[in-house]
Design a protein. Structure first.
Length: 762
């Protein structure tokens, strides 16, 4: 008797296999399954091989012997060639048996074991398993398993198949987060290999990295640099998000290159087809503006809805220097949209201050938190270079920047002559103001250009002292200098006594003037401009340049023009800051404009730049200021000590393990006895939180590499051993055609064909 049981195969179907239950030893039919994909059909087809023999015997039995004198002569002649005839008949019988056997083997889908190939050519199969451990694979499906759980299960099945295969096998295991450092590097597979593989896979968890698949494939060049007789198969186990695979040109090029090198690639889809909701903190940073101790600091936090439904009542939890404060509530975030909210912080002391924003739990945890470090100074200096010995314009700007008690802005204005810019360092000033400048020394021009290119902000006010010819030649420089526009001459703005339109027309879309959208409109309407500097008649802003007019006068002439130079910004006003050509400085609109101008030109210089998780810390130290060793406090408050390496007359601090988001604090020993702390802010890439899937059908059309197969998770259930075998059905088909042609030729040769007499109808 036999018992039936289901056996999975590489096409995902259940095949029957046999177990004998009579206690006698029988050959293992599972071994038959290693040779034939449809081995039950092979077993049932074996009796058919006797059919040609049976037909041959029947043909022999149907003839009766009748002695006939005339035939005796013929038989005597026939006996002379009887041996050759029998040989032809036996060959014909053999061809017919082989043809039937070929049909049975084709239907049974015979597979050629790599063990046989190894005996013929010495082939080894190398399995390269790539596991996506970027943080999006922590997404959990309805079965309670994450994408990474499914990928790990598939990786283990590949290893089991390699262990059970009888041919020579190797395996390499690589994680996306560390493609240059394989967890298993070209290891030979033996019976004890599965234990170490399972232990390695169990230790893999979701990282906070966002490594692109193309980078992982590019890192395999050394691993795949193998002998020509090695068969190589890459298994890419991932969630296949749309942002990476919807338009995978670079990936297609890389996969095609691998295929041309003889490498097979299997893309294993480990995510569910349904996209799950996920909220991501996209950014956390102070708004451009003045930051100082005791002065309100405005922060902005942005949250993106990566789901397909509207999120309501989103609560953003906030911490400042470890202390919890009231959360920010976002009423509604529509699918695919980003909502930004502003909140106010106030730091009483100078120095570095830490701010953390976090969301409530959702399918992906890594993008629910974001960190920022704000370096708060005691005060912010502002340099005002006024060419008037009395400092007329500079005084009005200075009174706005520092009005005195009880109003505190945190800004300390410093009024100097223009030559100051050429003889003193400028990098400590976030913003510099130029007023009443007739000429600048060449050193000052060069210093100001370098200052702006390095990220500084420059505000320019013209006056009756402004020399248009000098400014155009040395400061405008055909658009490459400090002045954004060429000047012509002073003009009077003629009063409009009929329409009485406001003298100023500002663009409320620009950050400097956007505040007027919510302030009283009559403040701007009461500003009167009597005189201004007109621009050259033939000047128009180049569409490809960064120069743009952000405010105009009543007659359409530019009032404020902006340009960028390097990493800095320049804004030029065509009138005075003092009440000489206007009454602007006596209007509340002037106070608001100067403060917004200061904020805009300062830029986000107070926030420590954020880094993506995984980027190493490399800090060069001045050996005359610092001594070894150093301490590094990691985000989980674990401390590590190290010694800096000497490189090019500098102490170089290096730390590679930055795979966790948070703030890394480097504690240095100053030779003067004063310690110093430098903070490094690490955040996850918010784009990885987009869980939109490309889908199996769309992926099939996107990936055009010829030897790249797409498999759903669980589709490797037959084990990697099936991947080490090659079907011989195509070879058998050609052999069958050859056998049938040969059978017909031999049958014709072995049969009798009397000649047809000429003139006699056949």
């Amino acid at each position: 008797m036999t018992a039936w049981k289901g056996r999975p195969t590489n096409d995902g179907l259940e095949r029957p296999s046999y177990e004998w239950t009579d206690g006698l030893e029988r050959p293992s039919y599972d071994r038959m399954a290693e040779l034939f994909l449809n081995y039950p059909l092979f077993l049932m087809g074996l009796p058919i091989l006797a059919l040609p023999i049976l037909i041959h015997l029947i043909n022999l039995l149907r003839h009766r012997r009748i002695k006939w004198a005339a035939m005796e002569f013929l038989l005597a002649a026939h006996r002379k060639s009887n041996t050759w005839i029998i040989l032809k008949q036996l060959l014909l019988l053999l061809l017919r048996i082989m043809a039937v056997a070929a049909v049975v083997l084709i239907l049974a889908q015979m597979l050629l074991k790599e063990e046989w190939q190894r005996l013929l050519g010495g082939i080894t199969t190398h399995h390269v398993v790539l596991i996506d451990d970027t943080y999006s694979v922590s997404d959990t499906g309805g079965d309670g398993k994450s994408v990474l759980d499914r990928a790990k299960a598939d990786a283990l099945k590949i290893g089991e198949g390699a262990v059970n295969a009888r041919s020579s096998q190797k395996l390499t295991l690589v994680r996306f987060s560390r493609p240059e450092k394989p967890d298993i590097n070209v290891a030979s597979v033996d019976r004890g290999f599965l234990t170490s593989l399972r232990s390695t896979i169990d230790r893999i968890g979701p990282s906070q990295a966002d490594t692109h698949p193309e980078k992982v494939l590019a890192a395999l060049d050394d691993v795949l640099d193998a002998p020509q007789d090695e068969k190589r198969i890459i298994y890419l186990l991932s969630d296949f998000r749309a942002r990476e695979w919807d338009s995978p040109k670079e990936l297609n090029d890389r996969l095609t290159k691998l295929n041309k090198e003889g490498v097979e690639v299997k893309l294993v889809l480990c995510a569910e087809e349904e996209q799950h909701p996920n909220l991501t903190i996209a950014s956390l940073a102070p708004r451009p503006g003045t930051v100082a101790a005791g002065v309100p600091v405005f922060m902005e936090v942005s949250v993106k809805n990566n789901g397909t439904t509207t999120a309501r009542g989103v609560s953003v939890l906030l911490q400042e220097d470890g202390r919890t404060r009231s959360p920010v509530i976002i009423e509604e975030i529509r699918p695919g949209r980003i909502e930004t909210r502003r909140f106010e912080s106030r730091f009483a002391t100078a120095g570095e201050h830490r701010i953390q924003a976090s969301l409530e739990k959702d399918p992906v945890e890594a993008d629910n938190a974001r960190y920022s470090v704000v370096d708060v100074p005691v005060g912010v200096p502002a340099l005002i270079c006024d060419g008037d010995p009395e400092g007329t314009d500079g005084k009005f700007i200075g009174m706005v920047l520092d009005p005195g008690e009880p109003v505190r802005t945190g800004i300390t204005p410093q009024i100097e002559q223009p030559r100051f810019a050429g003889t003193n360092p400028l990098e400590k000033y976030p913003v510099i103001y130029l007023c009443n400048v007739e000429r600048l020394e060449p050193e000052a021009v060069k210093a100001l250009e370098e200052y702006v290119k390095a990220g500084g902000g420059l505000a320019i006010f013209v006056s009756e002292k402004t020399n248009a010819r000098y400014a155009n030649e040395h400061l405008y420089k055909n658009g490459a200098g400090l002045f954004p526009v060429p000047l012509a001459a002073e003009y009077d703005l003629i009063a409009d006594r009929l329409e009485q339109a406001p003298d100023l027309d500002v663009s409320i879309e620009h950050p400097v003037f956007k505040i007027f959208e919510s302030l009283r409109a009559d403040d701007l309407e009461q500003v009167k401009i009597w005189k201004y500097f007109a621009l050259a008649k033939d000047w128009k802003p180049d569409p490809n340049s960064t120069t743009k007019v952000i405010a105009k006068l009543r007659n359409g002439a530019p009032f404020a023009v902006e340009k960028t130079l390097g990493r800095g910004r320049i804004i030029m006003f065509t009138t005075t800051a003092a009440p000489v050509w206007n009454n602007w400085c006596r209007n509340p609109a002037f106070v608001v404009t100067i403060l917004e101008l200061q904020s805009y030109l300062s830029g986000p210089r107070w926030a420590k730049p954020t880094r993506d998780v995984g980027q190493p810390i490399r800090e060069a130290l001045d050996p005359t200021r610092f001594a070894e060793p150093y301490r590094l406090v990691l985000p989980d408050l674990e401390e590590t000590k190290g010694r800096a390496t000497v490189q090019e007359k500098a102490l170089l601090v290096e730390w590679e393990e930055t795979g966790k988001a948070g703030i890394y604090a480097l504690h240095l020993n100053g030779r003067d006895g004063k310690p110093e702390v430098r903070s490094f802010t690490y955040n996850v890439n918010p784009d990885e939180g987009n869980l939109a899937l490309v889908g199996a059908e769309k992926l099939q059309t996107r990936v055009t590499a010829p030897k790249t197969a797409i498999v759903k998770t669980g589709g490797l259930s037959a084990g990697a051993g099936d991947a080490t075998r090659s079907s011989v059905s195509e070879f058998l088909l050609y052999a069958l055609i050859f056998l049938l042609v040969g059978e017909q030729v031999l049958a014709y040769s072995a049969s009798y064909h009397p000649p047809i007499a000429k003139g006699v109808p056949a």
